[in-house]
Structures are given as C-alpha cells and as structure tokens.
Design a protein around this ligand. Sequence first.
Ligand SMILES: C[S@@+](CC[C@H](N)C(=O)[O-])C[C@H]1O[C@@H](n2cnc3c(N)ncnc32)[C@H](O)[C@@H]1O
Length: 387
Amino acid sequence: MGAREGASSVDGGSDERKDDASSSVTTEVRRLRRALHDRGRARTLRARAFAYDFILKERLGRGVSVKRRLVHAKLRDCLRALETWQSRAGRLEVDLERALAEDDAKSLQIIEGDITRVLAEFEAYLEEREVLEDLPKSVTGGDVSVPDAANESRSTLELMRCVREDENVADDAVRLDAVCERLRELETDDGWRGKLLAEVDGAAAAHGWSSENFSYGSTPFSSWIELFVRCPELKIRAQTLATDGLAYVVFGSSAGWLVFYGAFALGASSRGFEILRTLHDAATSARAEIDPEWKDSVNIEFNHADMLSASLENVGLIVLTSLCWDDDVHEAACAKLDAELFSGAFVIDYGDKLAAFESFTTVTDDPIRLPVSWGASQRFYIFKKVA
Ligand SMILES: C[S@@+](CC[C@H](N)C(=O)[O-])C[C@H]1O[C@@H](n2cnc3c(N)ncnc32)[C@H](O)[C@@H]1O
C-alpha cells in the first residue's frame, strides 16, 4: 500500500508538472495572441473599408468622376491590406494553434520572433502605401465614418413587432438579446477568431475552394428585419411559415445569427447549415446556453454539413449568405434550389445569380441595400420560386 501510495504520488506529481507546463503554454499563447491583435489593425481596416464603401454608394453620385476614383482606390487599398493582414496573422494563428495542441513550449519562442517581425513589416507596409492616410473632406464629402442605420437605435422588441404582435414577443426579444450578446462576446475573442482562421486554410484545401469562401461576417438583426418591412410579400410568407408547417433555412449559417433571428422573430422551425466546425460549435454552444426553461420551446437545428447535402423538403424561406462564396459554390446552391425547392418558396440572397433561372422571379424591383458587418450598403435580392 505504501509503495502504491508512493507510486501514485510520483505519477500525480508528474501529472501536475505536465498540467503546469501545459497551462504555461496556454498562458503564453494567450499573451502572444494579444500581442498579435492588440493594435486592432483588422478592425480599423474593416471599419475604413466599410466607410469608403458607404461613401461610394451613398454619398458620391453614380458615373465616373475623379472623386469616385480616389475613394475607390482607398477602398481597394484597405481591402488589400486587410487580406494581407489576414493571411499573415492567419499563418501565425495556425502555428499558435499547433503549439497549443502539441503543448510545445519551445516553438513559442520562434513564433514570438515571427510575430514581432510580421507586426513591424505590416506597419511599414501601411505607412509606405499610405493606407490609413485620410483623403480630403472635399473628396469624401465629410468624415470617413458611417452614420448609424435608422434601425440601430431601436430595441429588439420594437423591431420584432414589425413582424409579430402576439403576447410572447417580449419574452422572445429578451431571449434573442441574450443569444446575440453571447455571440458578440465570441466575435471579439481573439482566441476564437484565431481558431477560426486556423480552420479556414484546411477547409479551403480540403474542398478545393478559396479561403474567401469561408469568410466570417454577420448581419445585424436591424438589417434582417428591415427586409420584411421593405418587402410586404416576403413578410406575409415569413409570418405564415409556422402555421403552414414550413421551415426557415440558412445556407452558410456561420455562428447561427440568422437562424436565431428566424426562430425567435418568426417562431418558425429554423435550420442552419455551416461547413466550418468552429462556427457550428459557436452556434450550438450559444443554443445550449439558452435558459433551460425555454430552450425546448424553440425549434432550432444546426447542421455541421455542406449545404449542398441539405434536404429542402418543406422549406418555405431560405437565406443564401452567398456574398463571399466562390462562383461555383453559389451556382451549385442555385441549381439545387432550382431542382428541389417547392414552388411558392422565397429566397433571400446576397447575390443575384438566381435571376438567371426561369423558375425564379424577383420580388422587389431593385435590390434592398442594408448595412452588414462587412459593408454599409450590402445588396439583398428577394426571389420567389414560381415553377
Ligand atoms: C458570409 S458568411 C455568413 C454570413 C452570416 N450568416 C451573416 O449573418 O451574414 C458565409 C458562410 O458560408 C459558409 N459556407 C461556405 N460554403 C459552404 C457550404 N458548402 N456549406 C455550408 N456552409 C458554407 C462559410 O463557412 C461562411 O460561414
């Protein structure tokens, strides 16, 4: 017994030492991640690109002009710099993830050196190309910022009342706020973003698609609800999904945002299909955190799957988050809807490829432009399956 005790205490000791070592690797990875992201370059560049996009679409008139050309060049510089940053930081994130998984303290020193070098090189790149230099106000027509969208100051409850008036609406607004709060926290977590970046390269290689096909983005509830306000036919379809026993589906559901909107605001059975594990896990863990008292009453299903394998049976409304998809991925999704979606179903798409199909008709004369996380004036197209 004594010997056993001795043996077990030695084992226990080595386990503790291992735990200490791995917790020091975890702490060190956290520190390096902070160093990598502390300057918030991706955030700044995204905000700038967002603002230049807004200036082009909403402030400067159509047609060719010197002002448009200058703003366009700035937008392109910001997007290029963002892409450069994402690929450099993404590579380092992959290394950090690997060090964490292999519990490898030694490689962290090399990664630290790489981070210092990449940060210095990137600052030099921004300076050399004057990416963050302001254009004169006479060109941009005011500050390089985006005014708040009309809906942004309205509460979730007020917005939800645009599509429903039943007595449970207030409770569902509180629930949706809680889920969105949780997802927003996650979005700003560098560790989580790093894990996501690290997964994208592998997924792109595995499927033969570009890394952009897996870009992260989110659409605010205020924009999503505005689609129903601006398109009454869509609103009627959405309001009757639950009573008609039809589902609301999101292709490319990301961390679950649009699925939660549908479940809480429309009360419809809501399903998401997302190919990236990190995003799928974020959605399911946000779902699991829903208060146990009401989680069973909400009909939400998240599928970690290629959307092209989804069943479209009994689907009354589907969202294609196609903005970043490769052309062949978007085309395959459209062909699937052409072949499988029932006549009478509606589609919200971030692109207009369905216009080429005779089985679909556009429901609004012009696309609806609304702010999303990657641009101030994203076009949304509403289609109806007619054959
Ligand atoms: C622009 S993002 C989604 C935006 C988001 N849902 C929103 O709230 O605006 C597009 C998503 O499609 C996913 N995706 C790309 N190809 C896919 C596929 N074949 N099957 C499922 N998801 C896919 C990407 O991983 C990415 O998360």
